[in-house]
Design a protein around this ligand. Structure first.
Ligand code: TYD
Length: 239
């Protein structure tokens, strides 16, 4: 494994990438585990595929434990914060700080120990959601989000803990809205208007463009069958 420094190319400072045997750049090669996050605007369909993807990982890596988790949440404190975050209207900075507080607890209690123990962690959302919803959607200054990301995910050696792979379900806001209206009663975020979701989507796409080695973007207008074929063909290589 070769350590290369790409600080010159990456907007976030002090990030070291490693090159794995497939010559992919991966960030958490310091851990024996593997970290996958699923992202997308509400109604894009990620929840349909996460359980099947977790099962696929169990079949492909029978000796490894798969940990399925979610954000906001994933710990008992995080789940309490989740119910506040999804129900109670609040100041934008407060909302971002609580999202990242829940994330810090999630990393400390669940994600980092699992990665150190060589497990596969699959999280329904992670930090890209804060950039998309609090940043893109609600307009929080990206400098503040970058600072929170570095604070909460930065390790003592300066490496930022990030997913090895982020699967982004991309869908126009109007299609997602139509899908959502058929399924369930909306939470605080799901009640937002179309313009909000378009901004969320654009920020997700900006993050994906900024870090193409980490992101796999799925065209979520396709049928679930076609999407599942695509997910099955992903080459997940353990560090
Ligand atoms: P979601 O993951 O869609 O769960 P469910 O399928 O049960 O509704 O809901 C979580 C909501 O929280 C979603 O609307 C996005 C929002 N969210 C943020 O605004 N910022 C964040 O950092 C995270 C993790 C989620």
């Amino acid at each position: 494994m070769r350590l290369i420094d790409i600080n010159e190319k990456h907007p976030l400072k002090h990030i070291n990438y490693f090159l794995n045997s497939q010559h992919e750049y991966i960030m958490t090669a310091l851990y024996p585990g593997y970290f996958v996050s699923f992202e997308g605007i509400d109604g894009a369909g990620k929840s349909t595929h996460i359980p099947a993807f977790s099962q696929l990982m169990r079949e492909l890596h029978p000796s490894l434990e798969v940990v399925e988790t979610r954000e906001p949440g994933g710990t008992s404190l995080g789940e309490k914060l989740r119910s506040l975050l999804l129900d109670v209207p609040m100041n934008l900075e407060t909302e971002a700080l609580l999202m990242f507080a829940a994330r810090r607890e999630h990393i400390a209690q669940v994600i980092e120990p699992a990665l150190l123990a060589g497990k596969i962690v699959i999280s329904d959302r992670f930090t890209d959601a804060s950039f998309a919803y609090q940043g893109g959607g609600r307009g929080l200054n990206l400098d503040k989000l970058n600072a929170l990301e570095r604070w909460v995910q930065g390790r003592e050696d300066g490496v930022l803990l990030q997913p090895n792979l982020t699967i982004l379900f991309d869908l126009p806001g109007v299609v997602a809205q139509e899908r959502r209206s058929k399924v369930r009663a909306p939470d605080k975020f799901e009640k937002m208007d179309l313009a909000f979701f378009e901004k969320v989507r654009q920020e997700y796409l900006r993050r994906a463009k900024e870090d193409p080695q980490r992101f796999h973007v799925v065209d979520a207008t396709q049928t679930p069958e076609v999407i599942w074929q695509d997910l099955q063909s992903l080459n997940i290589s353990m560090p």
